[in-house]
Design a protein around this ligand. Structure first.
Ligand code: ATP
Length: 233
């Protein structure tokens, strides 16, 4: 589905990604872990075209996309759940969802199906985005990205700032999307949540991937957990 192959990305002269390679197989969930500032968000930004890599290749469903503007990347079928959510505060829930709608026979996400997945959004359909709780805003952001009917969904820290109950809710949603066969790449700070849902895990440090393996491989690797994720064991 997605092959990120040895990309180098910069902010001005700052060489942030130093040869990052990451894959997402069709219908699977890959997760990027690592401490703050290690390049996870920049990897997402490079894929979507906000911070295009200066070297390396990104292939999506066989097409090279590393030189495409982000609107083209989105049109090809990559959806984004950005860090910090970015709900439109002065639009209603329904308006936030419909503004992103893109017809697609491939996945068939409609307003009704979004409301099925997130009954709370249906209840709050006429509320202003800015009046929702943090958890509801996260649901809305995921719902809005699904309305673009993506083949691949990029999620940047979907559990950030949420209560444990809402983190569990986000985990349930992600599991449901996996059941639907959606391919996903997720950046996450909540390691236990990430390891519950991931099919494959990448750990980043200083702009490089320092580990990749299955969640079980990572659980068994005390050295990586300690050195790069600050976990005791
Ligand atoms: N717009 C920017 N301009 C300059 N440097 C930036 C910019 N955005 C991020 N950086 C730097 O790039 C590096 C990687 O940041 P990035 O946001 O990708 O890390 P991250 O692993 O996603 O961390 P976090 O969990 O804090 O978001 C950091 O050193 C950060 O300070």
């Amino acid at each position: 589905m997605l092959q990120v192959d040895n990309i180098h990305s910069y902010y001005g002269d700052s060489h942030v990604l130093q040869g990052v390679s990451v894959n997402v197989k069709k219908g699977s969930l890959s997760v990027l872990l690592g401490r703050n500032g290690m390049g996870k968000t920049t990897t997402i930004r490079s894929i979507i075209g906000f911070t295009p890599p200066r070297q390396g290749k990104i292939r999506f469903q066989g097409n090279e996309i590393q030189k495409l503007p982000s609107y083209r990347v989105a049109q090809l079928g990559i959806g984004l759940v950005p860090q910090g959510r970015g709900v439109f505060p002065n639009l209603t829930v329904k308006e936030n969802l419909t503004i992103a709608a893109r017809n697609s026979s491939r996945r068939g996400w409609t307003l009704d199906r979004i409301y099925e997945l997130f009954p709370r959004l249906k209840e709050r359909a006429s509320s202003m985005g800015g009046n929702l709780s943090g958890g509801e805003q996260q649901m809305l952001t995921i719902g809005r990205a699904l309305m673009t009917n993506p083949d691949l969904l990029l999620l940047d820290e979907p559990s950030e700032g949420l209560s444990p109950l809402m983190v569990q809710e986000v985990e349930n949603i992600i599991s449901a999307l996996k059941q639907e066969g959606l391919s996903m790449l997720m950046v996450e700070q909540n390691i236990s949540m990430a390891l519950h849902v991931a099919d494959w895990v990448y750990v980043m440090c200083k702009g490089e991937v320092v580990f990749d393996g299955s969640p079980d491989d990572l659980k068994r690797n005390d050295a990586v957990k300690h050195k790069y994720l600050g976990m005791s064991s």
